[in-house]
Design a binder for this molecule. Sequence first.
Ligand code: F6R
Length: 242
Amino acid sequence: MVIVKAKNYEDMSVKAANIMAAQITLKPDSVLGLATGSTPEGLYSNLIKKYEAGELDFSKIKTVNLDEYKGLTRDHDQSYYYFMNDKLFNHVNIDKANTNVPDGTKEDGEAECARYEALIDSLGGTDIQLLGIGGNGHIGFNEPDESFIRDTHCVKLTDSTIEANSRFFASKDDVPKYAYTMGIGSIMKSKKILLVASGKGKAKAIYDTVCGPITPSVPASILQLHPDVVIVADEEALSLIK
Ligand code: F6R
């Protein structure tokens, strides 16, 4: 595991974008595993800046996103499909046909998750997987559990995640209760992992991920077993690591 210490959120965003940009430059037809949430927003705006400056070409890039809320249509402004278009895809020369997000409108969760897992495999897996981390150590929507779940699956969101995500919805009751998410195995298949974290609220999760035992009660702790992980985190998120 390589840990890159950033001063603050802006610095974290620049440093993480540089790593993603290097991946796109070195392998212009990369399969990027992408994440949503507040943390990667700055990374995405830095990628857009680099594209506008003529430094990056997304024309051969393919993407697969980690997760999607079950029940939200693609035009819902809190769907992760909408987020990705709004924060990145609409601003760069990516072919939208090459972008993939689980389809939250599909009622048959088993079929949709099987389709998505097969899609990841058909692309040869991801070259780099971007991850945020929940305050409870979740990655994607893999919540603390008694065992690691391998493949893309439907998950019931925990109360702490619903609470954390309610800031984006009119009320807590409007937050979907279920989501489709890549599993731990789908994430671990990536050739490289780039995890970004910012702020004090992530300090305990980062400490447990890096220094704690490998346990499904801290899903991100499994990353200790991956051969190529870079964590880019700011001083606050790294504050418990001596
Ligand atoms: C989003 C995702 C989640 C977030 C995590 C942190 O696609 O997979 O695991 O990365 O909930 O969210 P933020 O960045 O909003 O703190």
